[in-house]
Design a protein around this ligand. Structure first.
Ligand code: SF4
Length: 656
């Protein structure tokens, strides 16, 4: 069993834990501590004190699962970690279908988008592979051995490697596994269920939808009725926007609907619905054209805007017409055999039905609608938005309180919220609807890395809306160019902008910078970006990464070099805040969130400006040895940097 020592601050926090907390049925605990400080281990230790059977840890992305898995392994945690990533990654049937489609010249996905696949395990011959029947299902092998196999394989490996390791280890339990078929998803589910049933301590690691989304009932099924649970929410500041719940129809999705129906009909041209293919095409063309034209009439590039009532009515009505035509093609998806089926048409219909019901609810012309909703429909809004090539009608929740409370009722037990940018107690209570029993702010107890701070006070730089102009963009570009060319450290120079528009405006003046640059929205596969950064860093080069606050480059990617034994080094050596990253005041979704929060506008913007700034800075500090310079390029940082605690613990602060 590995041995380890808690750090001093972790011991202090654990020692100060109020005694009566353990007697409460379901207290909420907030832990605010920077990334790299060891807060994952602290949360696991706090969870353990409640003596649960099951600890559930939910993270935002698949990549973030590894942190819990690694810490639980490294520190010999008594709860064995089982990480649940998407069924579509594990599914051998789906992989077989994709391969077959690729070999006959189809697209790599076999025509199936991730959310447009129906995987029905109950029709699969690989299901229940670990059981044998003796008047009921009985495990074929000892649970301990199976748990050791699955908890010992890193969930972040690419799937073929993950499977190869599982197979090698399983074949030590039963040599049959060297050649026999099995499904890792089925195994994980079975092992977790059996562990809960037998009271064996386990740590279930999954992404947010496993707790906050209606799509997955997996954890509920695994838990059954009586398990004592503790839930840990990682990077809990993300509870503020549960964006995986949004439903949207884009021009690309409409095109996919038609091409899927065409594909179905090219395989079976004689089927009845195919006679309506032309009509479906015409209708979709009309809707697509109107969608693009309507969205184009708003200033909605990468911004959410409320559609005018007439536009919303027109789009919802047109989509209903497409839905009624598309429904005829569902027989291609509901019929057939085999565990994997397409659900492009079914999923489109689901989304349109949702939007129609929401529209009717909002227009107050639907009665008795409540049984349809998992969450209070009054906190959902309609928005339109535009990307480089897409126009979208979106339905999404602007208040998260009912969604969090719904999850709270289903996963009732102590909750531990942790984040380096966890909002304060009042915010959590008022906006998220959770009563906080204990709030630990460790920001002054632990400082990670060596932070040097430069605040630009006299250069007149600001991202304030009233002062944004081409001239200001050019000034920002000049300053960024100077920083990149006058510093010798290899690695990532991360520039963070408050909005996509501002990033576009400034980077236009940086086109000739003689250093490789990548802009948010231009990289599809994030691991490629990290690989490029690592390659450049190890060869002494620089990479300028232009990120939009709250986007994929600041929240969804870890620019790190792995040093072994769980240690990492951040590749980010300069973080350049090109303005104060307040949320976009001209975005209707932001305005709806402010209103729904019950806070006054400045209070809400202040919390979010702080969160965005500290999140961006946190990219540079993943371990105690990291060292980076933080450039705060906006004169408003002169007072905000102190108020937001950015200058506290810095090795030096320079105002220039
Ligand atoms: S049990 Fe079968 S259908 Fe289900 S994920 Fe595994 S391979 Fe796919």
């Amino acid at each position: 069993m590995p041995t380890f020592e808690l750090r001093e601050w972790q011991r202090d926090v654990l020692g100060s834990m109020p005694r009566d907390l353990l007697g409460m049925g379901a207290p909420v605990i907030g832990v605010k501590a920077p990334t790299g400080s060891g807060k994952t281990l602290l949360a696991l230790r706090i969870a353990e004190k409640f003596k649960p059977n099951v600890v559930i840890a939910v993270v935002r992305t698949w990549t973030e699962m590894a942190r819990f898995w690694e810490d639980a392994r490294r520190f010999g945690y008594k709860y064995k970690p089982l990480a649940f990533f998407a069924k579509t990654e594990h599914c051998l049937e789906l992989r077989r279908r994709r391969k077959a489609s690729a070999s006959v010249g189809g697209d790599e996905g076999g025509g199936l988008e991730e959310d447009e696949v129906d995987v029905r395990c109950d029709e699969c011959s690989l299901r229940n592979n670990l059981y044998e029947e003796h008047g009921g299902f009985v495990l074929k092998y000892p649970l301990d051995g199976l748990l050791s196999v699955y908890s010992s394989v890193n969930p972040n490996l690419r799937y073929p490697e993950y499977r190869r390791l599982v197979r090698d280890r399983l074949s030590l339990i039963d040599p049959e596994y060297r050649t026999g078929g099995f499904c890792t998803y089925d195994h994980l589910r079975t092992i977790a269920k059996e562990a809960v049933r037998s009271g064996t301590p386990i740590l279930l690691i999954g992404t947010y939808p496993y707790v906050f989304g209606p799509p997955s009932i997996l954890f509920r099924n695994i838990l059954g009725g009586g398990a004592r649970i503790v839930v840990i929410i990682d990077e809990a500041h993300n509870l503020d926007t549960l964006d995986f719940l949004e439903r949207s129809i884009s021009n690309a999705r409409l095109e996919r609907l038609v091409s899927t129906c065409e594909k179905y009909c090219s395989k079976e041209p004689g089927r009845e619905p195919c006679s309506g293919l032309d009509r479906l095409r015409r209708l979709v063309n009309t809707v697509e054209e109107r969608l693009v034209r309507i969205v184009g009439s708003y200033d909605a590039e990468r911004t959410f805007k409320h559609p005018k009532p007439g536009h919303l009515w027109e789009l919802v009505s047109l989509l209903s017409l497409v839905r009624d035509e598309a429904v005829k093609f569902t027989e291609f998806e509901t019929g057939g055999s085999g565990p994997v089926r397409g659900r492009t048409v079914l999923s489109f219909i689901d989304t349109v039905d949702f939007m129609v019901r929401l529209y009717e609810f909002k227009a107050r012309c639907r009665v008795g609608v409540d049984s349809y909703w998992d969450y209070d429909p009054s906190v959902w809004g309609f928005y339109i938005t535009r990307g480089e090539r897409s126009a979208r009608l979106v339905a999404k929740p602007f208040a998260v309180k009912p969604i969090i409370q719904y999850a709270w009722a289903r996963f009732n037990g102590p909750w531990i919220l942790m984040s380096g940018t966890l909002p304060g107690r009042q915010y959590i209570e008022k906006v998220w609807g959770l009563n906080v029993s204990w709030y630990v702010d460790a920001s002054d107890m632990v400082h990670i890395g060596r932070r040097k701070v430069v605040i630009s006070v006299r250069e007149g730089l600001t991202s304030s809306f009233s002062e944004r102009s081409e001239e200001m963009f050019r000034k920002y570009a000049d300053k960024i160019r100077w920083i990149v060319l006058n510093h010798s450290e290899p690695g990532v120079y991360l520039v963070v902008y408050p909005s996509y528009k501002m990033m576009k405006g400034v980077t236009w003046y940086l086109a000739d910078l003689p250093v490789p640059q990548r802009r948010e929205g231009e990289v599809r596969h994030l691991p490629d970006l990290v690989e490029e950064a690592l390659r450049l860093y190890t060869s002494g080069g620089k990479l300028v990464v232009h990120a939009v606050s709250g986007g994929r480059f600041t929240e969804g990617v870890e620019f790190v070099r792995r040093l072994g034994d769980g240690k990492v080094e951040s590749l980010v050596k300069h973080v350049i805040l090109a303005g104060v990253p307040f949320p976009n005041v001209g975005d209707d979704f932001v305005q709806d969130r402010v209103l729904a929060s019950g806070l006054d506008e400045w209070e809400w913007f202040n919390v979010h400006g702080w969160m965005n700034t500290v999140q961006a800075i946190g990219r540079a500090f993943r371990s105690e040895d990291d060292e980076a310079t933080i450039w705060l390029l906006d004169y408003r940082f002169d007072h905000l940097a102190d108020n937001w605690g950015i200058t506290r613990g810095a090795v030096w602060v320079r105002r220039e």
